[in-house]
Structure formats: structure tokens, C-alpha cells
Ligand binder design. Structure first.
Ligand code: CP
Ligand code: NVA
Length: 313
């Protein structure tokens, strides 16, 4: 049973496969306009509320959660840093214990990963990591669903991640490893993924016949890749480092020269928002191999599946 979803590592191989299967079914229902009511004629989340506790801005995560709740018969309650000032006006344990008395699930987007862990420790309802400085596990679910849809499988694929060894990279390593995807990361030496996360991913990968590699060479990572993924060079909270990072990461730009080294049908992936002309050129992100809006759409389907799973529905 999945109690919280704080890290992509919280899903076993089977749990991840089941969740993706469920997301696919929800997507098919959504596409043909049917929402399946339960035996009592009610939608599954009738009367249920998801609290969205967000310390940072969001388009995709917030709207996918709010729309997903409405589509399943429930409701989302958005609480920005200005509303509750978690850790300032009210302690994190108190926020968790108050919310647990009114609502059924908490999704939190935070600066420090420890904040989602504290919320989970004190909440009596499931807590979802909607992005922390360490991981972005909801994004990785949408990315795996997209890869599976586009390539018809996951196991044995080669996913190259080019750029910062950041939260998005960490969750891709962990979930990719669980699902047998070979993940090849190319990053500047000082921006490698967290060694503990890499070690964990390597352990999972070994169980599923996959490999996790980290190199300083984008060409090496992208060689024969089935998908090439990148993310911004300065994440939320690192804006003050943006100018320095632009210089360091310049050789890691995903452009047509780099894409020529991947398989001819390689997918172009990005979690968005994008800085065109920095981590990826406009022609590549707008090109026919780009699936960035499929990834964005799939946030809706995987997050609905995740909430249903956490509520044992
Ligand atoms: N990809 C993603 O999480 O987007 P938002 O920051 O807009 O939620
Ligand atoms: N790495 C980025 C992802 C945004 C969705 C950030 O944390 O800002």
C-alpha cells in the first residue's frame, strides 16, 4: 500500500506499472468524454478535497491537480506561501495536523525536501511531493507514461538527460531504474546528481537489467538515445545563480547538432517551463520529435491515478 508519494523511489516496480496502467485507462476515459461513476452512481472523489500547499509558482502541477480533482468529483484548495506562510505564521507539523482534519490528500511544492517529509510525518492523510529541491516525482510519472505511449515499451529504452543533475533528473533516475529504462545523464562535473540517489537508482536498475550512467559528455549520453530530455539550468530558488550557470551549462544545450547523435526517431522531452535558446533551441523544442505537451497532458492522468491509488480507490 502506498502511504505517501514523496519520492519516485516510493513506488515498487509493480506499483509503478499498475499506476501507469491506471493513468492510461483514465486518459482513455477522459479522451472519450466518459467519467466512470462508482456503483452508487457517484464519482470516486465526491466530497473529497486535495490541499495544494505551494511555496513556489506552478502552471502544470497546480492545474493538473485541480482539474483532476474536479474530473473525479472532488475539489482542490490552493494555498500559496502568502496564504499560510508555512514555517512562519504556522509550523509545518501544525499545518499538517490542521489540514488532516478537513481534507483527504495534501500535495506540497516546497523548497526543502525535509518540508514534505515533515508534512508526511505529522499528517494523517497521504502527502504528495509536488516538487522539492530533491525530487519531482509526479513529473517522472508523466514522463514514463509519455515514453511508454510513444515507444510502446519502457524496458530497454535509453533516456539521455542533458543538463543539471537536479530534482527532475533525480526522479527520472529512480523511476527509470524501477522500470528498466537505461538513464544516461550528461552534466558539468560540479552539477552531477546526488550520489545517494544515483546509488539507489543503480541498485534498482541492476534488478531490472538497466544501467544508470553519468558523464560530462553530452555526445556520449545522447549517443543512440531513444529520448533526449533537458530542464532549465537554474531551478526555482536558484535564480541568483542564473548568469553563472548560463556560462557553465552552455556546452550542454540540446540543439540539432546534439540531436543528430540520438536515434533518428528520438523524442525531445522537457518538463517545462522552457528557456528557449538556453537549455534547448527553439527549432528542437518546436520540432516534430518534441513531445513536451504530451508530457504536460499526462501530468493530469498520472496525478489522477496517483490520488486514487493513495486513497485506495
Ligand atoms: N513541469 C512542472 O512541474 O511545471 P509547473 O512548475 O508549471 O508546475
Ligand atoms: N528543475 C525545475 C523544474 C520545474 C518544473 C525547478 O525546480 O524549478
Amino acid at each position: 500500500m502506498l502511504q505517501h508519494y514523496l519520492s519516485a523511489a516510493d513506488l515498487s516496480h509493480t506499483a509503478a506499472e499498475t499506476l501507469l496502467q491506471r493513468a492510461q485507462e483514465l486518459k482513455a476515459e477522459w479522451r472519450n468524454g466518459s467519467h466512470r461513476p462508482g456503483s452508487n452512481g457517484e464519482l470516486p472523489l465526491q466530497g473529497k478535497t486535495l490541499a495544494l500547499v505551494f511555496e513556489k509558482p506552478s502552471l502544470r502541477t497546480r492545474v493538473a491537480f485541480e482539474a483532476g480533482m474536479v474530473q473525479l468529483g472532488g475539489h482542490g484548495s490552493y494555498l500559496s506561501a502568502n496564504d499560510i506562510d508555512m514555517g512562519g505564521r504556522e509550523s509545518i507539523p501544525d499545518v499538517a495536523r490542521n489540514l488532516s482534519r478537513w481534507i483527504q490528500v495534501i500535495a506540497a511544492r516546497v523548497f526543502k525536501h525535509a518540508t514534505v517529509e515533515t508534512l508526511a510525518r505529522y499528517a494523517t492523510v497521504p502527502v504528495i511531493n509536488a516538487l522539492s529541491d530533491r525530487e519531482h516525482p509526479c513529473q517522472a510519472l508523466a514522463d514514463m507514461l509519455t515514453l511508454q505511449e510513444q515507444h510502446g515499451k519502457l524496458s530497454g529504452l535509453r533516456l539521455a538527460f542533458v543538463g543539471d543533475g537536479n530534482n527532475v533528473c533525480h526522479s527520472l533516475l529512480l523511476l527509470g531504474a524501477r522500470l528498466g529504462v537505461n538513464v544516461a545523464v550528461a552534466c558539468p562535473p560540479d552539477y552531477r546528481p546526488n550520489p545517494e540517489i544515483l546509488e539507489l537508482a543503480e541498485r534498482y536498475a541492476a534488478e531490472h537489467g538497466a544501467t544508470m550512467t553519468v558523464t560530462a559528455s553530452p555526445a556520449e549520453a545522447v549517443d543512440s538515445a531513444d529520448a533526449v530530455y533537458t530542464d532549465v539550468w537554474a531551478s526555482m530558488g536558484q535564480e541568483h545563480e542564473a548568469a553563472r550557470r548560463r556560462l557553465i551549462f552552455q556546452p550542454y544545450q540540446v540543439n540539432s547538432t546534439l540531436m543528430a547523435l540520438a536515434k533518428p526517431d528520438a523524442l525531445v522531452m522537457h518538463c517545462l517551463p522552457v528557456h528557449r535558446g538556453e537549455e534547448i533551441t527553439a527549432d528542437v523544442i518546436e520540432g516534430s520529435q518534441s513531445v513536451v505537451f504530451e508530457q504536460a497532458e499526462n501530468r493530469l492522468h498520472v496525478q489522477k491515478a496517483l490520488i486514487l491509488t493513495l486513497l485506495n480507490l
